[in-house]
Design a protein around this ligand. Sequence first.
Ligand code: 8LE
Length: 474
Amino acid sequence: MEQWVWPPRYDETHRPPDGQTHWFPRRETMPAERRDELIAARIREVMAYAWDNAPFYRRKWDEAGIHPSSVRTLADFEKVPVVRKEELRADQAANEPFGSYLCVSPDEVKHINGTSGTTGRPTAFGIGERDWRSVANAHARVMWAMGIRPSDTVLIASPLSLYWGSWGAYTGAERLGARVFPFGAGTPGQTARTVRWMRQMGVTVFYGTPSYALHLAEVAADEGVDPASLGLRAMFFSGEPGASIPSTRSRIVEAFGAEVYDSGSMAEVAPWMNLAAAADEPGVLCWQDLVYTEVCDPAGHRRLPYGAEGTPVYTTLERTSQPMIRLLSGDLTRWEAPTAERGRTYPFLPRGIYGRIDDMFTIRGENIQPSAIDDVVMAVPGYGGEHRVVISRETAMDTLAVQVEYDPGQPESSLPGWAERISNRLRTVLGVGATVVPVRQHTFDRTEFKARRVIDNRELLRRMADEPLPGREP
Ligand code: 8LE
């Protein structure tokens, strides 16, 4: 039944009665301090395992003068050096195909996933059968907390390829006993077919990215289908900010009339639903007994007190094939102390993950997160469904422009005033002015996956300056 052992072992027949809100009541509701003691003990086991089986970790900790036996408390653990994604990539290049942090024999790898490789060499995830089962059990448990039940039909509406997101949702829904509909996303014409199939199959739960849900709503409307009539009861999301961003969230709720749950950390730390909402509200809980999350100072990587903003650092507590021990995310969040109020004694990230440190830009001394701009423009009546953020350099000063699609229902004569209202709102929220340019609806491509809305012309200018001119020696 309910157990928490190392290496992880699950009773595959366990499923609570429908009316029970917790899959594993003890693990989810124990006093947070008691859980932290158990986590410290589990970390010792996980580190000892990695030391014995992964040259990658042994080398790294050796260099830092750390041995698993010297890590007794969570305070000791803060001193363990973080792992960066570049290190994993380099280690895989040197130790094909899964890296020297693979802790099982290559024969035991039963599933392969990977990063999309948009930045540099893709990283392969080699997943042993035990890990696949742990992820299935963990995700079933988290999805149970979202109110998903065996009577549901769960649509997987994200790419069924290298992306762990889709497979993680798939395996969790399957373990929970729901009906899984792996429709995928990303092939031409697929979205209109998604709408038709959703209706025919009586889909009740949607999984995908927030951007894709909004695109799906537009396509449904174009097909003459009110998205709210599709009958979705719950929608859970991962992959990008949105489900915890107030205006994106309300656009989704208004379109579909469903409950909305945010979830997701990083593919590397699957079960990536370790950050997930357990109520129809913005924000996510840190399911600490699955993956131990520390919100850290981005420079020194020490844990920050509750209330602070920092970057999540993750440690898998149930992975045996490629354990991640203090993986640095580079994302941004703010965390709050556990309370009993939310029915689970986990720390809480009230605004979810709201961006990446690397995507933040600075205009006249103000640090700006793209998601803060999304939040403003998507809340504006007459918003036409997409926008782009353009950063340029004029003389010595960086400037910000936001191109915003307007709803065709708006008379053109009202557009200058409309743009000015958005601009004023942006100034209030961001602390700097922005030029707002209204553009026709469907000017910009929609995405089936994760949105990229920032165009950094400064970057373009820098690259052009660096590139040799044709016919001239570099
Ligand atoms: C805000 C978690 C998963 C499998 O859906 C995923 O997207 O993993 P992936 O492809 O490794 O990308 C991880 C990055 O996506 C994170 O570092 C973060 O920047 C972003 N991300 C994932 N889930 C969320 C998110 N950002 N809210 C989320 N719920």
